[in-house]
Write a protein that binds this ligand. Structure first.
Ligand SMILES: [Mn+2]
Length: 355
């Protein structure tokens, strides 16, 4: 298991790499370039990023948010140009020793919360919160505006301004799109990209829908064990893998996280794991909690035991944390609570190793 932390880059992330290096047991970051979906990532920029990370004594072997252009998801004729760019980026990342690329195939909207800084009454910390009832009467445009205001000035990954500017038009284009239609377009993408990944030794890791159900009437196809079965079958290859994100997938209590980890881990289809805990407050209402089992609704020991059994060599990171100790930062991506999360997960791991 390789413990890492997500890091947004020298200009976009307020956390210095040396702080991350000082978290015991953290060996690398999951990093990214902040580029609009569909753009071929410039090699010089990536290589500069990687050098910075390496100079800090950390590795950059997992890249997140190589976003898939909407035209690919929509199956438009222009998709081939964007797929060619994607392939070029895959090859470039492979040349720099990247092993896993995390992406998602969610139409239009990425992850979704209705409050980015909800006060937790018990301890006064803040965390991200979701209540489906708060979406009532609220369109995606209004939600995007709220997110912008609540983000503390940071551009939120998945909610980039240039993406939101196109929102109305994109939503129209999806009218009539079914889950099967979206899957067909997904297959077309994988048929082009996966052979390249096989050739250059990189694995694609599909991140689940967050939350784990369709929103605003848009089809979503990655939020259950059955969905993952279909994704894996779209192109049968170890390079067509998953990023098992417990907080996203687990937002639906029907998803048995340890069972899903075992199922796809034993198939060698889990290339990365995001671990966080969620506290259920009612139907389709939850907040993100500290990583500790007793603070949320998941049994983190059972989750880590499943990882230990089924995919022990995986790259892993604590996912969103709370804002604690008056830290100011990106919603979900402060240093303190994620560092606590990493230590807790590493503690569980050591116990599993020695048991
Ligand atoms: Mn995640």
């Amino acid at each position: 298991m390789n413990m890492t932390l997500r890091w947004y880059g020298p200009d976009a992330d307020p956390i210095p790499l040396k702080y991350i290096r000082q978290i015991p047991g953290v060996s690398g970051i999951m990093g990214l370039l902040d580029k609009p979906a569909g753009e071929d990532w410039p090699e010089t920029e990536f290589s500069a990023l990687q050098s910075k990370v390496n100079e800090a004594g950390l590795r950059l072997e997992v890249v997140e948010s190589v976003n898939v252009h909407e035209d690919i998801k929509l199956g438009l004729p222009s998709r081939d140009k964007y797929i060619a760019n994607y392939i070029s980026t895959v090859r470039m990342l492979a040349r720099h020793g990247v092993k896993v690329i995390i992406y998602n195939f969610m139409p239009v909207l990425d992850w979704l919360r209705t409050d980015l800084a909800r006060r937790i009454p018990e301890d006064g910390s803040c965390s991200m919160y979701y209540d489906e009832a708060d979406l009532e009467g609220l369109g995606p445009l209004e939600l995007a505006r709220r997110n912008r205001e609540g983000s503390g000035g940071f551009s939120l990954s998945g909610w980039e301004p240039e993406r939101m500017a196109q929102l109305e038009k994109t939503l129209k284009q999806y009218e009539g799109m079914t889950a099967d239609g979206l899957r067909q377009n997904y297959r077309y993408f994988l048929d082009a990209v996966i052979p390249v990944c096989e050739e250059c030794g990189v694995r694609m890791a599909c991140h689940p829908d967050d939350p784990a159900w369709p929103i605003f009437g848009l089809p979503r196809i990655a939020h259950s064990s059955e969905d993952f079965d279909r994704i894996v079958a779209l192109r049968f290859s170890p390079a067509n893998a998953l990023c098992l994100c417990t907080g996203s997938l687990g937002s639906d209590p029907k998803n048995d996280l340890p069972a899903i980890i075992r199922r796809f881990g034993h198939m060698d289809r889990i290339a990365a794991v995001h671990v966080r805990n969620v506290k259920f407050l009612g139907p389709r209402r939850f907040r993100e909690s500290a990583h500790l089992s007793k603070d949320g609704s998941f049994d983190m020991y059972e989750i880590m035991r499943a990882v230990h059994e089924a995919c022990p060599d995986v790259w892993i990171r604590p996912d969103h944390g709370r804002m604690i100790w008056d830290e100011k930062g990106r919603p979900g991506y402060g240093l303190f609570d994620r560092a606590l999360g990493a230590e807790y997960l590493l503690g569980l791991w050591e116990a599993l190793e020695k048991a």
